[in-house]
Design a protein around this ligand. Sequence first.
Ligand code: BES
Ligand code: MN
Ligand code: ZN
Length: 499
Amino acid sequence: MTTPTLRLTDGSVTTATVDALVVGTMSGEGGLQLLPGSAEVDAAFDGALSDLLAMLGARGKADEVIKVPTRGAISAPLLIATGLGEVDGQPTSEQVRRAAGAASRALSGTARAVTTLSRIDLAAAAEGTALGSYAFTAYRSRNGDGPLGQMDLSVPSASDAGATADLARAIAVAEAVAAARDLVNTPPNDLYPASFADRAVTMAQAAGLRTEVLDEKALRRDGYGGILGVGGGSSRPPRLVRLHYAPPASRGKPRAKVALVGKGVTFDTGGISIKPAAKMEEMTMDMAGAAAVVVTTVLAARLELPVEVIATVPMAENMPSATAYRPGDVLTMYGGTTVEVLNTDAEGRLILADALVRAAQDAPDYLIDTATLTGAQIVALGNRTSGIMGTPEFRDRVTAISQQVGENGWAMPLPEHLRSDLDSKLADIANVASHRWGGMLTAGVFLSEFVADDIPWAHLDIAGPAYNSGSPWGYTGKGGTGVPVRTLAAVLADIAEHG
Ligand code: BES
Ligand code: MN
Ligand code: ZN
């Protein structure tokens, strides 16, 4: 993980001793416009900065980054103009975050820069800068450019307590997102259930959490048939990790208890119902839900949120082998429900079923699970929009928060009539339907069977948004994105505030 040093500055940005100065642009009615907060930069260019940028082809569009050699107009030798797109009144936080991220990516190899985007939205500028400069270099033996070293964030007063707190929180959030990306980007030969569990426990204990790891023997003893079934084909046995954050007594009585559950399939070959070879390597990301849950629980502790969090994280590798579970097998899940396996590639819902039942035993006030669960999520909503299902009221609350933080999930239904598509000829329920229509919803309906009726529940299907196999955009590079860490963190903060 590499994140630049972020610090506040209230000095002049035009005379700062830095390698580059970042300003925002936007596309308005009359074409390109400078973002408010760039006045003295514009003055240093004799009020002609937007004309100069327009001459270079700038339009102020999102993900547009224009580099201008300044030739002494300001002390920084390079000016970076980063586009926010069309701005309706005030720029949104997400527009600032993405523009900061795009600028940050363009600054790789630069030692030090200063940005004016923080004058619009400090936290968003900080998060976007930190996340945009993220690079996963653990497996490169030759050094590349290296990321941005330091970004100074221009604010009215660098000693302001509110600004200092906003920056500290933004850094904590960005580091959590980067930690999730690291876990997702670690290749499956090094990140398997036992090593993932070790890493989760190390991170959690460093933050003072209580931890518990069930190995294959303990899973057998306690009857976790879903996790054992899915993990049975691998030489690297499954785990169930439990992390418990209880707020310090100084924060008063916790507002609520929240259970988090995340799918941790460290590699998904599909098992005996094996996947096609093309792009199978991307199934290293099938533990993104687990990664998000682990880092968010640690983040809650770091921020000392007044809410109790218990993470229940099933980890398994879905492999075909002589010991693998088969289509046709019936598994007895934790709690006793039986499941007929019709497709071993619908494995996520099986390990989640065990974990959801275990999580409910802690009597949480809220239950949130997240998983790279279905290709159907991507068919329905694409690569950047998670599907959010669950009990309607809590689902809508989580969806609204996901919109606010810029992760932009969308509420989806769990139609009751889909339940009969999962009727099994011999067990309580089958793990897939016999058709592929509405596959994201069917998976959600399957999970709902294992969620106690009286717990407000949200299920986030992040199959597309958790991993970027396309080009970098905004603050999102290739590979693990860290979705939905910012949604989960904001939901915990919201519950801490409102119950
Ligand atoms: N891990 C996959 C879902 C997935 C697909 C995640 C693409 C990210 C990108 C999941 O385990 C899976 O294989 N789901 C099946 C379910 C089907 C067999 C009902 C799918 O979506 O095809
Ligand atoms: Mn699968
Ligand atoms: Zn999977």
